[in-house]
Design a protein around this ligand. Sequence first.
Ligand SMILES: Cc1cc2nc3c(=O)[nH]c(=O)nc-3n(C[C@H](O)[C@H](O)[C@H](O)COP(=O)(O)O)c2cc1C
Length: 183
Amino acid sequence: MGKNVVVITGSPRKGGNSDILAEAFIEEAEKKGHKVQRFDSGRLKIGPCHACNNCFKKGKPCVFDDDFNAIATAVQAADAVVFSMPTYWFSAPSNIKAVLDRMYSFLASGKIADIAGKKAAILACCMSEDPAIMDDVKSPFIKSFAFLKWDCIGEVSVPKVANPGDVKNTDGCKQAAALADLV
Ligand SMILES: Cc1cc2nc3c(=O)[nH]c(=O)nc-3n(C[C@H](O)[C@H](O)[C@H](O)COP(=O)(O)O)c2cc1C
């Protein structure tokens, strides 16, 4: 049966390597009959968490009403959530990290159990040759999946990709597409 899948990308660079990884996954997921909703957080307006603890007090997940609320609402309804991002300074790019930070709205409002039981995956890439560079990029997401009681169905790490399209010369897209079997 087709599942609802949310894909959240993190690069501000349209058509870059992490977009291409996400698209490889999306193409295969749609072929399998899943419904995919994509959010390009790096090109959306996503501010930081203000730790105001007013989450859900005005009907929406966050009282600061930028593009995060559409993402949070889609995540609530999703069966699976897939994050795709480049490495920025040994870490995750700021907008996609802000999406993760603002998932706090479910915790602070006592709704964390309502979003348990989803599947999740992470796709990452970096310019360096050492794939271990991506450990700290992926770690906050993978630890958050466990905290949220989301089942991590896989992670893809693609080193040595600097320019847009470099990822096409690796097996990263094949690995990303294979995750669609596990949704
Ligand atoms: C601001 C910035 C910081 C970066 N920091 C790192 C880094 O710490 N380690 C690394 O290997 N690559 C780093 N990179 C390179 C990107 O991770 C790499 O080019 C990646 O393929 C970009 O993905 P994209 O095409 O999806 O934007 C950085 C790139 C930028 C723009």
